[in-house]
Unconditional design. Structure first.
Length: 169
């Protein structure tokens, strides 16, 4: 018999057959909590590392893009605003921001700016009206960009359940 180990990922540990929890089978149940602030910040950095995100460096190196300080993406702020998000949800916010940048400029988005991560539709809508008609696809999509499109699915009740279950074993 091989000595193999595998970590089964279960979202419903309460329905695990007790026979699997006997010694020699699934010996340990490990609770993995949602990412904390530093972890969410790292997740933002990891999932935007191949995106042309507006940073202080880009701001100074690319005057041709007409960027301003308000365009700089602040990962610390984003991590603070995504408390309760799972790692997958943070990654999804990054993808949605990239899509918002492409929807804003279908002919060739050059950067992903802070506005592409924003929740507030009024900020984006006012800005987009100068580029397109109020009913354009780009305007409607940008009104729901980034954080506006992703809602955390982890509830406090779920966290309490998992914490209680992990203490039980």
């Amino acid at each position: 018999m091989c000595n193999k180990r595998f970590p089964p990922a279960l979202h419903r540990p309460d329905i695990i057959d007790e026979a699997l929890l006997r010694p020699g089978r699934l010996d340990r149940l490990i609770y993995v909590s949602p990412p904390n602030h530093p972890a969410r910040e790292d997740i933002f950095r990891i999932h935007t590392r191949n995106m042309p995100v507006v940073t202080e460096d880009v701001l100074s190196e690319r005057p041709d893009l007409s960027l301003c300080a308000e365009d700089v993406v602040d990962f610390t702020d984003l991590a603070a605003r995504t408390s309760g998000f799972s790692g997958a949800e943070v990654a999804s916010v990054c993808r949605e921001a990239a899509l918002a940048a492409m929807e804003e400029n279908p002919s060739g988005a050059q950067v992903v700016a802070r506005r592409h991560f924003e929740v507030s539709p009024s900020f984006r809508c006012a800005e987009m009206l100068s580029y397109s008609s109020p009913t354009s696809h780009a305007t409607r999509c940008l009104m729901q960009a980034g954080l506006g499109r992703i809602n955390p699915q982890i509830t406090e009740e779920m966290l309490s359940f998992y914490r209680g279950f992990s203490r039980r074993k």
